[in-house]
Design a protein around this ligand. Structure first.
Ligand SMILES: [Cu+2]
Length: 161
């Protein structure tokens, strides 16, 4: 049973927390990447669920992983019946938002993949938010993600490699 004194103490601690976002305000769940289909794959996509439990919006400023040279937030968009994707410079996660990076919408694009992704492997991905700072997740490599486009060897508009 929770006694009254410890309840008051935890309330006091809660209130003592500084305003604004902290790393614990951002939650990233179910990060997965479809396996590479060829040994020469140079790019891949990562899907996941992002939640902002904080009271202020936060912005994803940077994504990094040791398995690829570059990681960027991308959005798939349909233009004149053609699926295209573009880089999202500053992805915003509003207070209370739960946004899934899923096929047909957002994803993290890995380019300059150092070695092909194999089912069962996992790799770290660090998401840096302007207020919350670094959020590190393990990405699980899976056989396939339903509806995911093949990202291998894809040429992304406005990307240098
Ligand atoms: Cu992409």
């Amino acid at each position: 049973m929770l006694n009254r004194r410890s309840l008051l103490l935890s309330l006091a601690l809660l209130l003592a927390l500084p305003a604004g976002a902290s790393a614990s305000d951002i939650m990233v769940m179910n990060a997965v990447a479809p396996k590479s289909l060829t040994p020469s794959a140079r790019s891949a996509a990562v899907y996941m669920m992002l939640m902002n439990h904080g009271s202020a919006a936060d912005v994803l400023a940077k994504v990094e992983t040791p398995v690829a040279d570059h990681a960027t937030a991308h959005q798939s968009i349909e233009e004149d019946g053609v699926m295209k994707m573009r880089e999202v410079e500053a992805f915003e996660l509003k207070a209370g938002d739960m946004i899934s990076f899923a096929p047909g919408g957002y994803h993290v694009m890995l380019t300059g993949l150092k070695s092909p992704l194999r089912t069962g492997d996992s790799f770290p991905l660090t998401l840096t938010f302007k207020s919350a700072g670094e959020v590190r997740v393990e990405v699980k490599v899976v056989d396939k993600v339903d509806g995911a486009m093949n990202h291998e060897g894809m040429n992304h508009e406005g990307m240098s490699d």
